[in-house]
Ligand binder design. Structure first.
Ligand code: CTP
Ligand code: CA
Length: 223
C-alpha cells in the first residue's frame, strides 16, 4: 500500500488504530458481533493521517472505504485483532483502540452448520483477551488511547477504564437508544489523568478532527 505523509504535528510518528466490530464464530455461517460501524475509528485514522502521522488501521468487518493514505489490515476475531495489534504496535508511538471488541467468544465453534432441534439451546462462552490492556503491558512507552461506549455513568465508567487499563487518554460516548452506533454524528467526553474535555455533538469527521488535535496536544505534553 502506498502511503503519503502530510506535514503536521504528528509528522514522523506511526499511529496504529483498531476499528469496527469483531466477529466470533458460532459455526461456519453464524457469528456473535455488535453494532459498531467503524465510522469513528476510520474518521480518526483520516484525521491522524492529515496531521502528518503514518497510520495503520486494523479493522474488523465494515462497509467503509479505506481512508486515503492509510494502510489497512483486515481481521475478524478478537484473537486476530490481538495478534496484529501486538505486532504492529512494535514500531508505533501512538495506539488507539477504537474497535468494539467482543468481550466473549464461543468456546468450541462447530465445524459444520448447527442443525436445529426441539430442545432449547445454549452456547458456552469464554472471555476474550483485552487487546488494549495487552498492548499497554507489552509497550510501556506507547501513548495509548481507548474508547468507552456507555449507557450509564459515563465519566465514572470511563475513568475506571482509563485507570484499570493504564491508558493515557480515553474518549467516551453515550450509546444505545439510537445514539452513536452507525450514525454520522457523535459527541465525546475525553478524560486523561490530569483533565478532561467535552467535544460536543458534531459530524464524526468534525469530532475526529478535534480528537486528533487533542491527541497531538496530549502526546506533545506527555511526561
Ligand atoms: N477493548 C479491548 N479488548 C477487549 C475489550 C475492550 O481492547 N477485549 C478496548 C476497546 O477497544 C476500548 C476499551 O477497551 O478502547 C474499552 O472498551 P469497552 O468495551 O468500553 O470496555 P470493557 O473493558 O470491555 O468493559 P465493559 O464492556 O464491561 O464496559
Ligand atoms: Ca466491552
Amino acid at each position: 500500500v502506498a502511503q503519503r505523509f502530510a506535514d503536521g504535528p504528528l509528522r514522523g510518528l506511526h499511529a496504529v488504530l483498531t476499528a469496527g466490530p469483531t466477529r466470533e464464530p458460532i459455526d461456519p455461517v453464524r457469528y456473535i458481533s455488535n453494532r459498531s460501524s467503524g465510522k469513528m475509528g476510520y474518521a480518526l485514522a483520516a484525521s491522524l493521517q492529515a496531521l502528518g502521522a503514518r497510520v495503520t488501521l486494523i479493522s474488523g468487518p465494515t462497509n467503509l472505504p479505506t481512508p486515503a493514505g492509510v494502510a489497512r489490515v483486515d481481521v475478524e476475531t478478537a484473537a486476530d485483532l490481538l495478534e496484529h495489534s501486538l505486532q504492529l504496535a512494535a514500531d508505533a508511538q501512538i495506539f488507539i483502540g477504537a474497535a468494539a471488541v467482543a468481550d466473549y467468544r464461543v468456546d468450541a465453534p462447530a465445524d459444520e452448520k448447527i442443525k436445529k432441534n426441539d430442545a432449547a439451546m445454549s452456547l458456552a462462552l469464554s472471555r476474550n483477551p483485552d487487546v488494549i490492556a495487552a498492548v499497554r503491558e507489552r509497550y510501556p512507552d506507547l501513548f495509548v488511547v481507548g474508547f468507552a461506549a456507555e449507557t450509564e455513568k459515563l465519566a465514572e465508567h470511563a475513568r475506571g477504564k482509563l485507570e484499570r487499563k493504564k491508558l493515557d487518554m480515553i474518549a467516551a460516548n453515550w450509546v444505545g437508544r439510537g445514539r452513536a452506533f452507525d450514525r454520522d454524528d457523535n459527541a465525546l467526553s475525553v478524560f486523561w489523568a490530569g483533565g478532561e474535555r467535552e467535544l460536543p455533538q458534531a459530524s464524526k469527521a468534525a469530532i475526529a478532527r478535534d480528537l486528533g488535535a487533542l491527541i497531538a496536544e496530549r502526546y506533545g505534553a506527555r511526561a
